[in-house]
Ligand binder design. Structure first.
Ligand SMILES: Cc1cc2nc3c(=O)[nH]c(=O)nc-3n(C[C@H](O)[C@H](O)[C@H](O)COP(=O)(O)OP(=O)(O)OC[C@H]3O[C@@H](n4cnc5c(N)ncnc54)[C@H](O)[C@@H]3O)c2cc1C
Length: 452
């Protein structure tokens, strides 16, 4: 039997980060990473295979090199069982491996809803498997009518990339909510995203539910509950994913309310020698510690940095998921962190919203000048920031990370209005018009006026 101090199951965002973190914190320990796929796609890069990088093999996490550079052994094999008594795992190829600490990072799988017709040929979900993703690519080459079900960020990004791949393709995206990207944005930002899609001749059907997928062997259409029928020779499902907990459940580990592997604040499962992190692990909200179904690479890697460091010395604490997200649609950046105004109100917060927009250069005639707008949401009671949304120039992708840090540190509108923001004519808005500061200032003034 092989013996390792640490065995990590899974090699994607969570598994790779956890193994590398464990190596940094425990240089003397032997570490093995086991993965059940030959190639590990960059999950967030999957949509960009189709219109931008043009090949699933150009969208890979270089895990083998990362691990060998860090003295971490790798096995391409599937873990099929965990024996908690003997502290060992067994694999499909018949290996038995002993661990002192086990880290489960088995991720998630796409939800395939039980629509009639969902098993027809040319209906695809987004599996993180390069061969499967290549099949989607070749099917797209033959497709005239594409229907994407779901317009969260995966559906929206897939639609845009399929448009880039084929300017002639008829693309319908069906979304049951009244707006796309509704889970992360307030309506006015959703509408900007809808315009970005419409401007690329992507047809978005809002408030529409899929009833069935039509066809005999191959898909021919999609029938909506409103009785509309959309022509389709290909369907892509983009309606979310569920935690892959098969191994953990079989080993008797506790499963949480959103069906992820239950973990404590140190990322330990009910077995103190087994940790879990990433999409497979249960999460709680940063705001009220209620169960959270959010699954993002940003969360997976944060959790992996906690789990990997805690393996032999639990001290890093997971304070719950803030939810920080960004995307790019029609060359405009969209980003959000924390709660939307609507979610905050639904959670019972009384809120104050601060907004600011300006060009992202100074003077505004500088090359690259573009609109950048920011909306910040504060708890009206104590002035603490609980959410933010941003739109426009590509720097929004980094700006949202500052907003996420503000939220994590529970900064107040006063503190954000007076924080020292670095600016430069060729890189940012002017220090006078700097959007983060001015959005916070506008909330401070609104709050003051409300209290006079
Ligand atoms: C199309 C798409 C776009 C996305 N875009 C973004 C984005 O822009 N930003 C963002 O933050 N998030 C994004 N996400 C979400 C993000 O990809 C996930 O949150 C992230 O992949 C989670 O990483 P993970 O390591 O926990 O799980 P996974 O990526 O699911 O990886 C799990 C790994 O474990 C392996 N495994 C499973 N079972 C076994 C076993 N029994 N034995 C051995 N190995 C096993 C799997 O093969 C896989 O390699 C996107 C997701 C998709 C699908």
């Amino acid at each position: 039997m092989l013996n390792y101090d640490v065995i990590v199951i899974g090699a994607s965002a969570a598994g790779a980060t956890a193994a590398l973190t464990a190596r940094k914190h425990y240089p003397q320990k032997s570490i093995l990473m086991v993965r059940d796929v030959k190639n590990v796609p960059i999950p967030c890069g999957i949509p960009y295979i189709y219109g931008t990088v043009h090949d699933p093999m150009k969208n890979l996490i270089p895990v083998d090199k990362m691990m060998s550079d860090n003295n971490i052994d790798v096995a391409v094999d599937k873990v099929v069982g965990i024996n908690r008594e003997s502290k060992s795992v067994s694999t499909l190829s018949g290996q038995e491996m002993h661990y002192q600490k086990l880290l489960i990072a088995t991720g998630s799988k796409p939800i395939v809803p039980p629509f009639p017709g969902v098993k027809l040929e040319n209906v695809y979900a987004i599996y993180k498997d390069t061969d499967y993703l290549a099949k989607i690519d070749s099917q797209l080459d033959k497709t005239k009518n594409l229907v994407i079900i779901g317009c969260g960020f995966i559906g929206a990004e897939m639609a845009e990339e399929c448009r880039k791949k084929n300017p002639e393709l008829n693309i319908n995206v069906v979304e049951m909510q009244d707006h796309c990207l509704k889970l992360v944005y307030d309506n006015e930002y959703c509408e900007l995203a809808e315009k970005a899609l419409a401007d690329q001749n992507i047809n978005l059907l809002l408030n529409e539910k899929v009833e069935s997928i039509l066809g005999d062997d191959k898909v021919k259409g999609v029938k909506l509950a409103s009785n509309k029928e959309l022509p389709a020779d290909m369907v892509i499902l983009g309606i979310g994913c569920y935690a892959n907990t098969e191994l953990a459940s079989a080993a008797g580990l506790k499963i949480g309310p959103t069906k992820g592997i239950w973990v404590n604040r140190y990322m330990q499962t009910i077995d103190k020698d087994i940790y879990a992190c990433g999409d497979c692990a249960e999460k709680v909200s940063f705001f009220d510690r209620q169960p959270s179904g959010l699954k993002l690479a940003s969360i997976a890697t944060m959790e992996a940095r906690i789990a990997g460091a805690n393996l032999f010395d639990p001290r890093r604490v997971n304070h719950g998921v803030v939810g920080c997200f960004s995307t790019s649609l029609n060359k405009k950046a969209f980003a959000a962190a924390g709660l939307t105004a609507q979610q905050a109100t639904e959670k019972g917060y009384s809120i104050i919203v601060g907004e600011s927009e300006s060009v992202n250069r100074h003077p505004g005639l500088m090359p690259g000048a573009e609109l950048l707008k920011v909306k910040l949401i504060f708890d009206a009671g104590n002035g603490v920031i609980i959410g933010g949304q941003a739109y426009g120039a590509s720097s929004v992708g980094e700006l949202i990370n500052a907003i996420s840090a503000f939220i994590s540190k529970q900064m107040t509108a006063e503190e954000i209005a007076t924080f020292q923001a670095g600016t430069h004519p060729a890189l940012t808005a002017s220090p006078i018009a700097y959007q983060l500061v001015n959005a916070a200032e506008s909330a401070v003034i609104k709050n003051r006026n409300a209290r006079l």
